[in-house]
Write a protein that binds this ligand. Structure first.
Ligand SMILES: *Cc1c(COP(=O)(O)O)cnc(C)c1O
Length: 451
């Protein structure tokens, strides 16, 4: 039995898989935040390069990955697929547990799979600076890495609670030449408005998005870049699932269960969409796809499937998705990358149509699972990833009860080497299991745009 299943460099995917080609019905249109009419490419061209706008709505099943992008992805791709045999033994489960290891990228997560092509297309279209937001700092560092390789400037608005919790993510961005600003900031109107309302706010991903979008929209040489949620971002991540399917085929396996944590949905999309495509088209109809989220920000399990703004200030386009309301500010859990009020429209649609399912966990049980994983498989995972680990362990324990030898595949989206303060809080018994903030969510859901 192999521990690591490795592909050669030449086997790295040459095309992304665009699941839009295989959806049973098309996605609902994206609406303009002011007019509430479907957005046009012209509207979007204020903040995005044309190639990404085309990819966002493309119905073409496969899209070529440019050679210049593959040259950089090759620094860490194809990523290894591991069999978690020690974890299986520890759990005494008949299940076979595999994980795709995305922590091997220079910034340490799956996010450079999209930051690299995004920086590339912006560079090709003459943009010289990219503005973005970051929650836990993973996306900011991934974009800082990518922009540095293409010679672009980068401005990152970092959610204030994470800026304080994770100073080393900020340092990484600096090494790669990016400017990192705590959000809300006084650099933008949206930031100033939020600070007036509550000078002590912890900030949120939705608010940081408002600041970055405003920055891009008010500067000609600057575009905006989003690290998750959008269709083109999810598509760039499909290299994960395409590789995993090939790696499993090398050991004559096909997964029964596929698991990923969900903030905006991109790493889960990356591992699951190629298999979801197999499912929808009838090639492998019986796969269970599980999205895992925090109980403190339970978008897919407790949110509404409705049109909502992508950001707090209502500057970003209106998307049909599961949402907790755009002005919902989630409790400051340590999995900062999962603190988003909305979700990918495609993941949302597939959950709504029951092609995928969703579960939610509290952070202390999630860190317990991460500890088990570190003590069996060695890797200290990111707090976000730990949600997927928890769901994987639960599925494996179910197999123990039923005696089924299911093949479970989860996406190990990144390492937690810069998240030691979160692990410290776990060991000091300081992790708070926030109850589902029902009242706050009810209030923010009352503010959805009336479409
Ligand atoms: C950002 C991040 C996530 C959550 O974002 P998605 O777009 O839902 O994937 C998960 N894991 C890690 C390690 C991250 O950095």
């Amino acid at each position: 039995m192999k521990t690591k299943i490795i592909l050669d460099e030449e086997q790295m995917p040459k095309k992304w898989y665009n699941i839009q080609a295989d959806l049973r019905t098309p996605l609902d249109p994206v609406l303009h935040p002011k007019t509430q009419k479907p957005v046009t490419p012209d509207d979007l061209s204020v903040i995005f390069p044309m190639e990404l706008i085309k990819q966002e709505v493309s119905q073409q099943r496969f899209i070529d990955i440019p050679e210049e992008v593959r040259d950089i992805l090759r620094l860490w791709r194809p990523s290894p697929l591991y069999r978690a045999e020690r974890l299986e033994k520890f759990l005494k489960t008949p299940a076979k547990i595999y994980f795709k290891w995305e922590g091997v990228s220079p910034p340490g997560s799956h996010k450079p799979n999209t930051s690299v092509p995004q920086a590339y297309y912006n560079m090709k279209e003459g943009i010289t600076r990219i503005a973005t937001e970051t929650g836990a700092g993973q996306w900011g560092s991934a974009l800082a890495f990518a922009t540095s390789l293409f010679g672009l400037k980068c401005t990152v608005y970092m959610v204030r609670s994470s800026y304080a919790q994770k100073p080393y993510r900020k340092s990484m961005m600096q090494v790669w030449g990016a400017e990192c600003i705590p959000s809300p900031s006084v650099k933008t109107q949206s930031g100033k408005a939020a600070l007036e309302k509550d000078p002590d706010t912890t900030g949120s991903l939705g608010l940081a998005i408002s600041e970055a979008v405003e920055d891009a929209a008010t500067h000609n040489d600057t575009n905006y870049s989003l690290g998750s949620v959008l269709n083109h971002v999810c598509m760039h991540q499909t290299v994960i699932g395409i590789e995993a399917r090939e790696q499993l085929a090398m050991v004559d396996e096909y997964p029964d269960v596929i698991i990923g944590c969900v903030g905006g949905g991109s790493n889960f999309a990356g591992i699951s969409f190629p298999f979801a495509g197999d499912m929808i088209t009838g090639k492998h109809p019986n796969v269970k796809l599980i999205a895992v989220e925090p109980s403190a920000c339970p978008t897919l399990t407790k949110g509404l499937y409705a049109y909502d703004f992508g950001d707090v200030a209502g500057l970003a386009p209106i998307l049909k998705m599961y949402t907790l309301g755009h002005d919902f500010i989630p409790p400051a859990i340590h999995a900062g990358g999962l603190r988003y009020h909305g979700d990918s429209p495609i993941v949302s649609k597939l959950v709504h149509e029951r092609v995928m399912e969703a579960v939610a966990y509290h952070q202390s049980e999630v860190f317990e699972a991460a500890q088990t994983f570190a003590r069996t498989e060695g890797i200290i995972v990111a707090p976000e990833t730990a949600h997927a680990v928890k769901a994987t362990i639960d599925e494996a324990i179910k197999c123990k009860k039923t005696g089924e030898a299911k093949v479970i595949l989860f996406n190990n989206s990144g390492h937690g080497n810069f998240d030691m303060s979160a692990y410290d809080a776990f060991y000091q018994g300081k992790l708070v299991d926030y109850e589902y903030p029902a009242d706050l969510i009810k209030e923010s859901l009352a503010h959805l745009p009336k479409i």
